[in-house]
Design a binder for this molecule. Sequence first.
Ligand code: NDP
Length: 333
Amino acid sequence: ALEVRLAARPTGWPTEDTFEIAEVGIPTPGEGEILVRNVFMSVDPYMRGRMNDVKSYVPPFQVGAPLDGGAVGEVVAVGAGVEGFAEGDNVLHGLGWRDYSVVNTKYAVKVDSSVAPLTTYLGVLGMPGLTAYAGLLVTAEFKPGDTVFVSGAAGAVGQIVGQIARLKGAARVIGSAGSAEKVKYLTEELGFDAAFNYKDGPVADQLAAAAPDGIDVYFDNVGGDHLEAAISSLNLNGRITMCGAISQYNASEKPTGPSNMIQILAKRLTLRGMLVGDHKGLQQQFVSEVAAWIASGELKYSETVVEGGVRQAPAAFLGMLRGENTGKMLVKF
Ligand code: NDP
């Protein structure tokens, strides 16, 4: 069996040399543990932060040790004293980046592929979906009639943010993404009112053109010039959800801040950071509402699935950082 380890901490952009693929034996589950053969694993932007040796809301990866992250798989063996899990069950857990994971059942959640495709538990009905739901409805205090701008709009979180805003009665939904194809997908498939490619010209100009009456909510996945542009376009009492700043994750120099912070006071803006882990209490409400929209066809989602298992996981992660995904980026074993 194979696992992916952190070979070296990257400075700036990670490369294939950041990772090491190691051959390991198939482990045996101990007391209270299950052995899971992984079927899909997730690659996520936050994993880049964990490659740095800094204290954050999740501990850093260790050099020489396997990486971890969300995965779904099938239980193939059950340790002593395990109750409620049996061979053949599908589970969601946090020990991806390897063919086989030994998981303490406290940290495994049973999932049902007859209720929803296994991939969705890592995407639209999983962590990124909840991030979108909580970040828009709770953190940004979205209300009907708001004009909403979301960056990273074609990604796992962004595409759900924009559609929830539309379904909940936004006046106008605007998205930005990194290619003409993604922009077209947002407006033609997902029902965004306007979208632009941030690589086509200054974000501030493109946002102002897309939102002539300004915006009320900015859902920030990107930071940098997107954040600065949003501050300029926000209306009185506007709100910003600080969800991510992916434009800065691979920066090797200290990023510059928005130059227009003074507008925050003049316009009485609220900037609020959010972490999905604080919103577990919303999980059931989120799943029932979003699953119903998917079933009725009102909410769509996409996934980019890289085949090839563990060996392709580093390339999938690097590809996600470069924007090769539309919707959730996953690796299939
Ligand atoms: P995505 O599926 O959106 O994938 C990342 C995307 O980022 C890429 O597809 C790429 O799309 C875009 N991107 C990369 N570099 C840049 C850049 N320099 N400027 C603008 N866009 C860029 O990932 P997720 O949906 O999983 O995550 C989106 C954001 O949400 C990230 O910032 C992540 O850290 C954050 N997040 C925060 C959570 C929290 O609890 N606070 C939880 C989950 C995610 P493109 O082609 O458009 O450039």
